[in-house]
Design a protein around this ligand. Sequence first.
Ligand code: AMP
Ligand code: GLY
Length: 421
Amino acid sequence: MNILVVGGGGREHAIIRCLKKNPQVKTVYALPGNGGIAADATCVDISATDIDGIVAFAKAHPVDYAVVAPDDPLVLGCVDALEAAGIPCFGPRANAAIIEGSKVFAKNLMRKYGIPTAAYRAFDDMDQALAYLDTAPIPTVIKADGLALGKGVIIAQTRQEAKAAVRDMMEGHVFGKSGDHIVIEEFLTGPEVSVLAFTDGNCVKPMVSSMDHKRAGDNDTGLNTGGMGTVAPNPYYTREIAQTCMDTIFLPTIRAMNAEGRPFKGCLYFGLMLTPAGPRVIEYNCRFGDPETQVVLPLLESDLLSIMLAVTNGTLAQTEVTFAPRHACCVILASQGYPTAYRKGYEITMTREAAQHTYVAGAKLAQGRLVTSGGRVTGTTAVADSLEEAIREAYRISDGVRFENAYRRSDIGRRALRANG
Ligand code: AMP
Ligand code: GLY
């Protein structure tokens, strides 16, 4: 079987390695992939958002199945376009990917179907938003409607800050058209949990839970990033909470999407906050999380390709999805300065052990050498019988990944360890 994977980050590297465990998988094409993925797949220099280019490539090559991993091609209708060309796909169609593509859509869906989330108001008029902020509870959370590379969320501690954020989004267009519509929502507190779930539109099979570390600095300080590391499972996510989430969030969301005529097939990501009043949805993503995937898939015992095909064919209920009762930790190495300014082009070297445990996110090949080309460069994952050991091993092995100006957080998993008591 020949598989086309759209995307080119650490998440896609983890997906590709996991797919290749199935001996039926012959060729994997990664569009565009990256310099590290090139060791595991045939990388083709077609951008993940070039839908016409992707479809043309898929038609011209013996592609049996496609996995569309990143949010933007999903929101742009990459799955619809590939399906129209006769290629079965893993991933939601555009009319379902809107659950991530529009925060206003997601919030309205949750309100309409009684799915627990932060209280909110949606605005498309700046003056009304500013007037509302005169009396809104503080702190408050301002979100741009559309995709904003995970940066469209501002937590404002004062009214002034909140108003400045609204002006930046709606007048200054700092997130482009994403800021034409905004959501202002209640500030919630509690541990965050990421739950990725396979769904074929009827059945939902959640994967092992995980915990992201979104801030750039130790002890959750500094700017928000795409994620500096992850652990799985998330110790705050007990069996009891998982059941509550299944009953009040996961199944109701799938049913709500069906009722709206937008059946969701693929991986639905639930960003949850475990508040004192119970679990709340912070965000939906229409795809695998990054770097959650880099700890979740290494724990998957079942065959990923079979699960993906079952999602596409609507037979997920009859398909085994099991995870090893072990622990995983992923430590991201980023370029110093990320998520703002950083330099690129530094050569990356890895020990043999590190290479086996490392997913490459932001690197390209230049004259046969692997060099940094992005903010997040690599993610090194270790699996062990205890969380403590997984963390220790991930750090030890990531010492074997070297490039100039490399930066990592030193406390990935520490909060999870504390939760364990
Ligand atoms: P998002 O891009 O929606 O994942 O938001 C980024 C981060 O902002 C989340 O991971 C939370 O830490 C935080 N956040 C988002 N919404 C809220 C909220 N209503 N209350 C508190 N924190 C929030
Ligand atoms: N790690 C968060 C995300 O993938 O959006």
